[in-house]
Design a protein around this ligand. Structure first.
Ligand code: S3P
Length: 405
């Protein structure tokens, strides 16, 4: 079996969160086409709804913006479920409101680091706390006024950068953020687009999600006879580090029809089965492919020679400790794999039957499903059934393009 045909990935998760938030606090109404309707993005939508924003959710989503200061106090705690993007970005706008709010999350989100946003937002004058200054719930109270900051990010995180940018909308002045490694810049691109349209955008089309497409891109590269056309996928340079790494690994990928739409690059990718070579992935590349590392590690297990992926410390702060989970999975499959400090070393070779634990992490589940499909050994996946967090139609799309020639 091979991955064959044309495939359009679902709407980009990061961009959907941002357009929901920015259109909610903008003036006028915005029709969003191709928004991702998954658990994570619906957590953001429901949070905004609880603060009085009206949404009409059909094939498209229509948002009636209430303006920067038009949100209303939510009647209860805001549940961000599994979504750190919802919690960190919403915190950025909530610190600018005249009402108090509490942000909570599920078991996984309740273990994720929040000091990274509490610190810069507090420096801006925000009133945001958590019991241990690190983990959710986050308690936000009105402040005496926010002021701009100059801030150097301590972690390469687009979520932190975005929280500061959204809070800075409430200062009316210019904040400056320095990042030593460039993380995804969708908030910058979207703010620029809103400002050039008088902060009122009538229509916005969300590009396809490169991170979701990455599973089938990998599947097509690994299975003989595959030829997959990935259509309408976001190609923002701060998101497609994996593409560059794969091209270095000798992958047969043709980039076609690049266009600029709503300030974001989109295009098509033609993927053909390839024999991959190992490579070294450098620290500064990691933020541009942070969510694709589980899939890349599996690709590396099938490549000729060794792949070294540097500086993966941030993977420990994801939905699970993804660095440890990747190591455990590859080790169970009999792959020659080791972690030294935060660097991951993988030697390509034969794999053996194994039981893999996705630990309730959507990206691990989907990466393991691709591995299971393309390998010839028995693989059992436990701890899955969570792809709806970012990709509700994953199995439906899979069945459409995974077929005999
Ligand atoms: C995201 C940024 C990344 C990524 C997450 C979505 C975003 O997190 O892992 O899935 O939408 O800004 P960090 O910026 O915290 O690395």
């Amino acid at each position: 079996m091979s991955f064959i045909g044309r495939y359009s990935p679902p709407g980009d998760k990061s961009i959907t969160h941002r357009i929901l938030i920015l259109s909610a606090i903008s003036k006028g109404s915005c029709k969003i086409e191709y928004a991702l309707k998954a658990d994570d993005t619906m957590a953001t939508l429901n949070a905004l709804k609880a603060m009085g924003v009206e949404f009409d959710v059909e094939e498209n989503i229509i948002v009636k913006g209430v303006g920067l200061k038009g949100l209303k106090r939510p009647k209860s705690e805001i549940d961000c479920k599994n979504s750190a993007t919802s919690m960190r970005l919403l915190a950025g706008i909530l610190v600018g409101q005249d009402f108090d709010s509490i942000l909570i999350g599920d078991k996984s989100l309740s273990k994720r680091p929040m000091k990274r946003i509490i610190e810069p937002l507090t420096l801006m004058g925000a009133n945001i706390k958590s019991d241990d200054n690190e983990h959710p719930p986050l308690f936000i109270n009105p402040s005496e006024g926010l002021h701009p900051i100059e801030y150097e990010l301590t972690v390469p995180s687009a979520q932190v950068k975005s929280a500061i940018m959204l809070a800075s909308l409430y200062t009316g002045e210019v904040s400056t953020i320095f990042e030593s490694k460039e993380s995804r810049n969708h908030t910058e691109m979207m703010l620029d687009y809103f400002y050039s349209n008088d902060f009122k955008v009538d229509e916005y089309t969300v590009p396809g999600d490169f991170s979701s497409a990455a599973f089938f891109i990998a599947g097509a590269l690994l299975s003989k006879g595959s030829e997959l056309l990935v259509e309408n996928v976001g190609l923002n340079p701060t998101r497609i580090g994996l593409l560059e790494v794969l091209q270095r690994m000798n992958a047969n990928i043709d980039v076609q029809d690049i266009k600029l739409k709503n300030n974001e690059l989109v295009g098509n990718l033609l993927i053909k089965h390839s024999s991959l070579d190992g490579t070294e992935v450098y620290s500064e590349e990691i933020p541009t492919m942070i969510d694709e590392i589980p899939m890349l590690a599996i690709l590396a297990a099938f490549a000729n020679g060794e792949t070294i992926i540097r500086d993966l410390g941030e993977l420990r702060a994801k939905e699970t400790d993804r660095l440890q989970a990747i190591f455990s999975a590859l080790d169970a499959l009999g792959v020659d794999v080791r972690i030294e400090e935060d660097d991951l070393y993988i030697k390509g070779g034969k794999i053996k039957p194994a039981i893999l634990n996705a630990e309730g992490d959507h990206r691990l589940e989907m990466a393991f499903e691709i591995l299971k499909a393309v390998s010839k050994v028995d693989i059992e996946i436990r701890g899955g059934n969570v792809s709806s967090v970012s990709y509700p139609d994953f199995y439906k799309d899979f069945n459409k393009i995974w077929r005999t020639k």
